[in-house]
Design a protein around this ligand. Structure first.
Ligand code: ADP
Ligand code: MG
Length: 613
C-alpha cells in the first residue's frame, strides 16, 4: 500500500492556526497593537473601517524591522521574543508564539511598511493569503505600519459568522481599552471610518482610566494597594454606589497584561457583599505584579486566562485589599483620594444615585394626565365617566381570565367572581398606598395588591413598543439642551438606535467625540434628570446582546420603560393610583412586568377570613 501522509502546505497550516488566533477583527487589533508595544512604540494610531471588516491599520513609532526580519516576521514560529523553552517561563512581553503575523497574512490582504531608526530607507511587503506579492524598498518614517484589508476574504464561513458592525466594533473597543489601560505611558489614537473615537495622551493610570471611561468615573475611584512577597496589587476599585448592571469596567492585569480571572473576580465580589445594589457589579482596575516563573500564561490560545501557583493565597490577598479599601472609603469619604483635576461636569453624585428622591406632591397635579400618548383611549382619563371605568374594570378580569388559562398564579380565581365583579367596582375606587410601593384596593374576590413600579414599567413598555412599531413620533418635552459624555461603546450604541429613540420622543444629537446633546425627552418620563434616564437606559440596554431588528425594538422599549418608570418609593395620590390601575388593566398583559416579574397579586377573601377564625 502506498504512503498516504502528506505535510500540509504552510498556507493551509497557517489558515488552521489563524482559526485559533484570529477569531474576529478585534483579535487582529489586539495582536498588532501588542506587537507595537513590544516594539517600544510610545505612540500608536489605529484606523478602522467597517468595524475592521474592510481595514485595520496600526501605525507605530517603535523600533521597526530590518528587510530580512520584515520578511521573516510572517513565517510561522518566527519571533524575536523567545529563543528556547526556558524563555517561556520568564516571558514579559505580550506575544510570544510567533503565530500572529503568519495567521493574519493567511486570511487577509496585508501591507507592511517598516523602517528602523538607523536605516535611510524602509521596506514594504505586500502579502495575500500567505503569498508574498512583492517586497521593495520604500521611503517611510521610523516604525511600523500594518494595513490589514478584507479580513477572512478567503474563509467565507468565517466572514459570514461576523456580527453586525456595532458588535464587532464593540469587541475592538474592548481589546483597545484593555491595552490602553495597561499602557498609560503610550499615546493612542483610535479612528473608526475616519472619525475619532479615542485620543489618549500619555499620562498616569488614573487619568488614563478617566480618559477611557469618562470624567464621571474620577470621583468614584478608590485607590487600592497591597504588597506581599507573592504578589503586589495596585490600582482602583469603584465606589459601591457606582456599581453598574452591565459589566465592562472590570479589569485585571498581570504584569501589565490583561487577564480574565473568574476566581479572583469572586474575591472582589465577595468583598463587596451586602453593599451593592442587586444585580450590579463593581468596577475595578487591578494591576497585579508577580514573578513570571510563578505563572503559566500559555494555557489559553488567546492568552487571557492565566494560572497562578498560589491561587488561594492570592484570592485572600485580593479579598482583604478590597475590603480594606472599601472600609477606608466608608470611614473617611473625604480623604480617600487626591482629586487630580477639578472637573466641572454634572455628575451623578452619590446622592442622586442612592438616595430616595424627595418628591413634593402637588395633589391637584396628575402626572399621567399630560401624557396624552400614554393611552389614546379616553377611558383611562381621570375625568372619564364611571361607566367607562367599569369597562376597564371589566378588562381587569379579562386579563386574569386569560392569565388563568396560561399560568397557575391565578388559578384560584373562580369564574363566578369574574362574572359578578362588574357590578361591584363602583364601590372599590378606594386605594391604599403601602410603603409608597404597593397599591392596594378591594376587589370582589378579595384584596388586590399592585407593585407600582412594575405596573408603570408594563404601561410604558406597551406604549413604547406600540410607538416603535407604528413609527409615529411620541410627544416630547423639550429641554434646555444637556450635553453628556458617554463611553464610546455607549455612544455608538445610542447613535445606532437614535431613529427609534426619536420615535419615542427623544431628541438626541451627536455632539462629536463621544458626547451627545439631549434636546428633548419622551413626555412621560418620570421626573428624573435626562442624563439619569439615559444612563439607566444604556445600563439596561447594553447588558446582553441583541441582533435581530424586532428584538432590538423590544429591548429598547423594555430598557426605556425600566429607566423611565417611577420608583418604588414615590408617593401617589388616590387619583394617581386610580389612573395607574386603569392604565395597567388597559394593557395587553397586566399581570407581569416586561421583565417577567409579577405585578398583581390578590389575597382572597377566604384567606382573609381564615385569619380571623
Ligand atoms: P510574536 O509577537 O509572538 O513574536 P508575531 O507574529 O506577532 O509573533 O510577530 C513576529 C515578529 O515580528 C515579532 O517577534 C517581532 O520581532 C516582529 N514584529 C511584529 N510586529 C512588529 C512591530 N510593530 N514592530 C517591530 N517588530 C515587529
Ligand atoms: Mg505578537
Amino acid at each position: 500500500m502506498s504512503d498516504i501522509i502528506q505535510l500540509l502546505p504552510d498556507s493551509v497550516a497557517n489558515q488552521i492556526a489563524a482559526g485559533e488566533v484570529i477569531q474576529r477583527p478585534a483579535s487582529v487589533v489586539k495582536e498588532l497593537v501588542e506587537n507595537a508595544i513590544d516594539a517600544k512604540a510610545d505612540s500608536i494610531t489605529i484606523n478602522i473601517k467597517d468595524a475592521g471588516k474592510t481595514l485595520i491599520q496600526i501605525i507605530d513609532n517603535g523600533i521597526g524591522m530590518s528587510d530580512t526580519d520584515a520578511r521573516l516576521s510572517f513565517e510561522r514560529h518566527a519571533t524575536s521574543k523567545i529563543r528556547n523553552a526556558d524563555d517561556l517561563f520568564a516571558i514579559s512581553t505580550m506575544g510570544f508564539r510567533g503565530e500572529a503575523l503568519a495567521s493574519i497574512a493567511a486570511i487577509a490582504h496585508v501591507e507592511l511598511k517598516t523602517k528602523q531608526e538607523d536605516n535611510e530607507i524602509g521596506t514594504q511587503i505586500i502579502i495575500e493569503g500567505s503569498k508574498v506579492n512583492s517586497q521593495e524598498a520604500t521611503s517611510c518614517v521610523k516604525g511600523t505600519n500594518f494595513a490589514v484589508k478584507n479580513l477572512f476574504y478567503n474563509v467565507p464561513a468565517r466572514r459570514k459568522f461576523l456580527k453586525s458592525n456595532t458588535t464587532e466594533f464593540g469587541h475592538i473597543i474592548s481589546e483597545f481599552q484593555r491595552i490602553a489601560l495597561a499602557n498609560p505611558e503610550v499615546e493612542f489614537k483610535l479612528y473608526n471610518n475616519n472619525s475619532e473615537v479615542y485620543l489618549l495622551p500619555k499620562t498616569n493610570i488614573r487619568q488614563r482610566i478617566v480618559s477611557v471611561f469618562g470624567k464621571r468615573i474620577n470621583q468614584n475611584l478608590i485607590t487600592i494597594e497591597s504588597n506581599t512577597s507573592i504578589i503586589s496589587i495596585k490600582g482602583f476599585i469603584g465606589k459601591p454606589e457606582y456599581a453598574r448592571k452591565k459589566s465592562g469596567e472590570q479589569f485585571f492585569f498581570i504584569n501589565n497584561r490583561y487577564m480574565r480571572n473568574p476566581y479572583f473576580y469572586k474575591a472582589i465580589l465577595n468583598a463587596y457583599a451586602q453593599i451593592l445594589q442587586p444585580e450590579t457589579v463593581p468596577s475595578y482596575f487591578l494591576f497585579l505584579e508577580a514573578d513570571p516563573s510563578t505563572l503559566d500564561v500559555n494555557i489559553h490560545p488567546t492568552k487571557t486566562e492565566i494560572k497562578f501557583e498560589d491561587q488561594q493565597a492570592i484570592w485572600q490577598i485580593i479579598h482583604s485589599a478590597v475590603k480594606q479599601a472599601l472600609g477606608k472609603n466608608n470611614i473617611a469619604p473625604s480623604i480617600d483620594f487626591n482629586q487630580e483635576q477639578g472637573f466641572d461636569i454634572p455628575v451623578l453624585s452619590k446622592e442622586t444615585e442612592f438616595k430616595t428622591p424627595r418628591i413634593d406632591i402637588d395633589h391637584s397635579f396628575n402626572p399621567f394626565e399630560t401624557k396624552s400618548t400614554f393611552n389614546k383611549n379616553p377611558k383611562s382619563s381621570a375625568l372619564s365617566l364611571e361607566k367607562e371605568n367599569l369597562a376597564n374594570w371589566d378588562k381587569l378580569y379579562d386579563g386574569f381570565e386569560k392569565e388563568n388559562q396560561q399560568s397557575d398564579d391565578f388559578s384560584s380565581f373562580s369564574n363566578e367572581n369574574n362574572q359578578q365583579s362588574i357590578t361591584d367596582t363602583s364601590i372599590s375606587e378606594k386605594y391604599f398606598h403601602v410603603k409608597n410601593k404597593y397599591i392596594l384596593t378591594p376587589v370582589k374576590s378579595g384584596l388586590m395588591i399592585i407593585d407600582q413600579k412594575r405596573a408603570h414599567e408594563r404601561i410604558l413598555f406597551e406604549k413604547f413598543l406600540q410607538t416603535l412599531s407604528i413609527q409615529s413620533s411620541a410627544t416630547q418635552t423639550s429641554l434646555y439642551p444637556k450635553t453628556i459624555e458617554l463611553d464610546p461603546k455607549d455612544h455608538i450604541l445610542l447613535m445606532d438606535i437614535n431613529n427609534d429613540l426619536k420615535n419615542l420622543g427623544f431628541d438626541i444629537e451627536d455632539f462629536g467625540g463621544n458626547s451627545i446633546v439631549i434636546n428633548g425627552m419622551p413626555a412621560d418620563s418620570s421626573n428624573q434628570e435626562p442624563e439619569q434616564i439615559i444612563d439607566k437606559f444604556l445600563n439596561e440596554y447594553s447588558s446582553g446582546e441583541v441582533d435581530a431588528k424586532t428584538q432590538a425594538k423590544e429591548k429598547i422599549a423594555k430598557s426605556l420603560a425600566k429607566a423611565s418608570a417611577i420608583s418604588s418609593n414615590q408617593k401617589l395620590s388616590n387619583e394617581e393610583m386610580r389612573e395607574m390601575v386603569d392604565m395597567l388593566f388597559a394593557c395587553q398583559n397586566p399581570n407581569y412586568s416586561p421583565f417577567g416579574k409579577l405585578i398583581v397579586s390578590i389575597i382572597k377573601t377566604d384567606e382573609l377570613e381564615k385569619r380571623f377564625i
